[in-house]
Design a protein around this ligand. Structure first.
Ligand code: NAD
Ligand code: DAU
Length: 353
């Protein structure tokens, strides 16, 4: 039996990853350490609790609580740490950078240090600390630039969120360089799918269409993101854990680049096709608003390394997966209601609409 300590497992990607591991590897058990911030939702793991009572345990707690993290390591034989917990929303990092530094940098340090303290050196060959990082750590490409970010590109983060992730990423690398501690780092592009807190572009747009509310697009809507289905991302992470090399970094993307206005137009079309309204009915809600500070234009990564070393490839079903995602948000009212209170508070504070 392999025990995975998952941090941030009640969030978007972490909850999908727990389900993926439990479904695909019978000799595994999960400890999910999550502080249940506004982004952590117990409904994201309710089916897991029901379906795997013997292989899944939830621990409510903060990764910056060193005493608790030490207790977890002393009371459990942890084999692998998969570290998702973070403050993840760029827009919030402009208002509260300190919280981003605390969770993303200090929290990561405490986890790395505790794992290093509790794991005996002769066991490191079979241990893994997978640090989940982001393409945003590389900074931004300009429009005509052909270059893609490779794993060797310098880190040039441009928001407090990205800077905190880059700092944590470098710290994780330093544990391999200084101690040969078995760290692997992945840097992923924008994920989409069910259970994403609706402050993020895709769920925000779908739910605002449902509520017949403004669709706020920053700047001119020409910023580009590369989208990956969250389930594809989870498959890549498990492949990296099984076949990746310690000390290495792996870029992971879906190779599906769209500018924001094109993507929102696609969402208008999909929502229209699933309701009795027309695409133009939703498009009239599109409103261009003040741009995000230092808004990164584009991140494009070369992902050949993960594909060559693990055999993983993105599934290439973008429209089908996006339609399934829209369907999910339109039909999961209880989940949507569970986000409503914190979301409305954020929307009022952030959007001047
Ligand atoms: P999320 O915001 O949906 O979830 C974060 C989870 O971490 C929540 O459950 C929250 O309660 C928990 N958490 C936050 N602070 C904590 C703390 N101090 N202690 C314990 N738990 C805490 O995030 P996500 O979108 O699932 O992202 C997961 C990871 O993947 C993050 O590290 C993020 O930087 C990275 N990432 C995300 C994307 C994306 O598109 N969403 C892309 C690349 C990388
Ligand atoms: O690239 C990976 C990153 O993707 C992750 O590291 C982050 O955790 C994750 O939040 C995501 O960051 P983005 O800033 O790219 O995601 P977001 O959904 O906030 O925005 C996507 C694009 O849409 C971005 O160009 C900003 C734009 N946008 C976003 C919102 C919320 C709008 O135009 N209007 C909006 O209201």
């Amino acid at each position: 039996m392999k025990t995975y300590l998952i941090t941030g497992g009640c969030g978007f990607i972490g909850s999908h990853f727990i389900r993926h591991v439990l479904e695909n590897s019978s000799y595994s058990s999960i400890l999910n350490l999550d502080a249940l911030t506004y982004a952590g939702n117990p409904l994201n793991v309710i089916d897991i609790e029901e379906n795997y009572p013997d292989r899944y345990k939830f621990i409510k707690g903060d990764i910056t609580d060193e005493k608790l993290v030490k207790e977890i390591f002393s009371q459990n034989e942890v084999d692998q740490v998969i570290h998702f917990a973070a403050e993840s929303h760029v827009d919030r990092s402009f208002d509260d950078p300190m919280q981003f530094m605390k969770t993303n940098v200090l929290g990561t340090t405490i986890l790395l240090n505790t794992a290093k303290e509790f794991w005996q050196k002769d066991e490191w060959i079979s241990k893994r600390f997978l640090h989940i990082s982001t393409d945003e750590a590389y900074g931004s490409l300009s429009l005509g630039e052909d270059d893609k970010f490779t794993e060797n590109s310098p880190l040039k983060p441009r928001s407090p969120y990205a800077a905190s992730k880059a700092a944590a990423d470098l710290l994780a690398q330093s544990y391999f360089e200084s101690f040969e501690f078995p760290v692997i780092i992945t840097r992923s592009s924008n994920n989409f799918g069910a259970n994403q807190y609706p402050e993020k572009l895709i769920p925000l747009m779908i739910l605002n269409m449902k509520k017949e509310k403004t669709l706020p697009i920053y700047g001119n809507g020409l910023n580009i993101r590369d989208w990956i289905n969250v389930k594809d991302h989870c498959k890549a992470l498990l492949a990296v854990l099984e076949k990746g090399q310690v000390g290495e970094i792996y870029n992971i993307s879906g190779e599906q680049e769209f500018d924001n206005i094109t993507l929102v137009n696609m969402l208008c079309e999909i929502v229209a096709s699933l309701t009795s309204k027309t695409k133009d009915h939703f498009k009239r809600y599109i409103t261009f608003i003040k741009d995000r500070p230092g808004h990164d234009l584009r991140y494009t990564m070369d992902c050949s390394k993960v594909q060559n070393e693990t055999g993983w490839k993105p599934s290439n079903n973008f429209m089908k997966d996006l339609t399934g995602t829209v369907q999910w948000y339109l039909t999961h009212d209880e989940w949507v209601r569970s986000c409503e209170f914190s979301l409305q508070k954020w929307m009022r504070a952030h959007y001047d609409l």
